[in-house]
Design a protein around this ligand. Structure first.
Ligand code: TXA
Ligand code: MG
Length: 335
């Protein structure tokens, strides 16, 4: 693995690289993205190649402001403007009819386009100065964990990217919520860092969960996965299963919920234990980092339980189920 890549806060350099058709890892409030000029077909192709992502998995176009929406979407419904007003810059991606200037390489040839304004000062300044949208999938290889620190990008992609713009750790830690606004009935395609309840409060109408036929294209069950095999278990079964697997010679890691009763016994059995924060916001902010740390400790099995509750817990359950390769009830994904 090569680590020969510049990693810096030098926005002028990032801009020069993007403008000449290069690929730059950019910080956002959700996860790091792998950015390229959305008007440059060759640069977009390189993003797919670096990620090893199939060409029919569409990319999100990141804009500097909602004022740019009409250049990228063929129609902008009032609901889109209301949501943009309420949540942009922020972790909400809107799927709208594609404007004819949007390159088919971005959308996998579909007639829709996914758009968002990310909430990170360096990246906003970068896009504004470039003067047009940038495509940015999460800066990980296909199916792997999304990076939430600049160093994660360097570890995974190294010199495959031209530059890493270091904006510090990502505050939200999981990807944006994706909402399809192409019909009068808004539909969730991916739960994410913005809670569906917050969207419903602004729209004053319910948001339908994606079903199997209407899910975002290019999405499959196994995604956001660490190297280790993840098992979802009830909190009450975690301790005994961890000890059993350890006796069988497995190197076990546990994403321990608050107040796991057997914590001491597990530590004594040398099981890798990371405690998950009780607050969903903090859990989301650290989830991928925690899974990475268990990988780095050499775990071949990770046990996790599903947090119950509304809001961000929906997205946490979704990501944990995908990490376990069990897909999700409401929005499959693999990007
Ligand atoms: O938080 C995020 O959304 C991050 C940061 C970097 O902005 N980006 C991200 O991109 O997660 P990516 O490519 O890893 O995931 C984008 C998802 C994919 O599942 C893709 O299928 C979906 O967005 N998507 C993109 N364009 C779409 C479209 N036109 N219709 C439906 N889904 C679309
Ligand atoms: Mg992704």
């Amino acid at each position: 693995m090569s680590v020969d890549v510049d990693i810096d806060i030098d926005i002028d350099h990032a801009l020069a690289v993007l403008a000449r058709g290069g690929v730059v890892a950019i910080p956002t409030e959700t996860v790091y993205g792998l950015a390229a000029d959305a008007m440059n077909q060759a640069a977009i192709r390189r993003v797919f190649a670096i990620k090893q992502r199939p060409a029919d998995h569409p990319l999100i176009v990141h804009l500097a402001t909602a004022d740019w929406l009409e250049d990228w979407a063929a129609a902008v419904p009032p609901a889109a403007l209301r949501l943009a007003d309420a949540f942009w810059p922020g972790p909400l991606t809107l799927v709208l009819p594609r404007h004819r200037q949007v390159l088919p390489a971005i959308t996998g040839g579909q007639d829709s386009v996914a758009l968002r304004v990310p909430d990170h000062p360096l990246t906003l300044a970068l896009i504004r100065r470039l003067g047009r949208g940038v495509v940015a999938p999460s800066a990980n290889r296909f199916t792997r964990l999304s990076p939430t620190h600049a160093t994660h990008v360097r570890e995974e992609l190294g010199a495959a990217v031209d530059f890493i713009l270091d904006g510090g750790p990502c505050r939200r830690g999981i990807e944006s919520t994706i909402l399809d606004l192409r019909s009068g009935a808004p539909r969730m395609l991916r739960p994410g860092a913005l809670a569906v309840e917050d969207i419903e409060a602004v729209l004053r109408q319910p948001v339908a969960a994606a079903n199997e036929t209407l899910r975002a294209p290019g999405q499959h069950a196994l995604h956001y996965s660490p190297q280790a095999t993840v098992f979802i278990v009830a909190p009450g079964d975690m301790g005994s299963l961890a000890l059993k697997l350890t006796r069988e010679g497995r190197r076990v890691g546990v994403l321990a919920p608050p107040d796991l009763p057997e914590e001491d016994a597990l530590r004594q059995a040398k099981i890798a234990l990371v405690c998950v924060p009780a607050a969903p916001e903090q859990y989301a902010a650290s989830l991928y980092q925690l899974l990475r740390s268990l990988d780095q400790q050499g775990c071949d099995v990770i046990l996790a339980s599903l947090p119950s509750g509304p809001g961000l817990c929906t997205a946490l359950r979704d990501r944990l189920l995908r990490a376990a390769g069990q897909g999700s009830l409401d929005a499959p994904d693999r990007t």
